[in-house]
Design a protein around this ligand. Sequence first.
Ligand code: GAR
Length: 220
Amino acid sequence: MKKINLGVLVSGSGSNLQAIIDNIESGKLNAIIRVVISNIPDVRALERAKDHNIPAVVIDRENFSTREEFDREAVSVLKSHSVDLVIMAGFMKILTPVFLRAFSGKIMNIHPALLPSFQGLHVQQKAFDYGVKFSGCTVHFADEGVDTGPIIIQAVVPVHGGDTADILQQRILKEEHKIYSQAIQFYAEGRLEIDGRKVHIKDSSIAKTPCIHNPPLEKF
Ligand code: GAR
């Protein structure tokens, strides 16, 4: 199978980037990371890229007077590395239409909540404070809104008594590392079709668990 060329956008630790690298190296994910771009210098994600001989580029927002200029530079770097699919992996910046048009339908984002609940920042803490019994994570195509694009895959993560927001964040992150690779692999296999707000996944099996409860039902 042909491997797809990825460009990964990061701003921080890069644990999602690492999971994608690991899944590529173990042969589970049919992709090649052509370039990693960070909008912030000296982040851990850049070291992770270098450790695996992946070209790593810093595009410092401070060197650009507008968001559009920043995006034009990012698009030019991605195109020069023949990127097919852009992966936002903890990229803490909103893309402008300049970027979105250049890679229309070819940009994925991961968000650490069950969208459309808890859009924006610090959402694990917000979900925890709200008292939800389930949170989770979502991989979606990017569109002009913030965390609003068509959803590809979600994982549901329970909140247990005695949890802290930090524990919940770690539990969610573990699932992020699986669903992002799965979403990319669906794309690599040509199985994703965007139909308005819906993403159809060709030949996908039905979820094994029809329903989950938290806390578990005792009598009913
Ligand atoms: C992840 O939890 C990701 O979902 C979140 O940032 C973290 C990055 O971790 N992204 C957002 O909140 C985007 N709105 P990582 O750098 O270790 O992959």
